[in-house]
Design a protein around this ligand. Structure first.
Ligand SMILES: [Zn+2]
Length: 83
């Protein structure tokens, strides 16, 4: 069987947006976002400093990135209030 085996089939996993994000509090890329679209809720949690926030402005079109943006906003807002 002298078949050419030139074709390298490299199955690349589709490049997705990573599900860990940099944490605004501790700076580690350990923030995980979980979307619960059915409940209109998302949780954002840093695995490094245990910072945790719930985002409740979720709809069917919301992506983790959007949640992350909200999370950042909330984080800095709450910081302003506390400081
Ligand atoms: Zn953190």
């Amino acid at each position: 069987m002298g078949r050419r085996r030139r074709q390298k089939v490299r199955r690349r996993p589709q490049k997705r947006i990573p599900d860990v994000y940099p944490c605004p509090s501790c700076g580690n890329t350990a923030v995980k976002i979980e979307l619960y679209r059915d409940n209109g809720l998302a949780t954002v949690k840093c695995g490094s400093c245990q910072l945790e926030k719930s985002i409740t402005s979720i709809n069917t079109l919301t992506e983790a990135v959007d949640v992350y943006g909200d999370f950042i906003d909330i984080f800095y807002q709450s910081r302003k209030v506390e400081v």
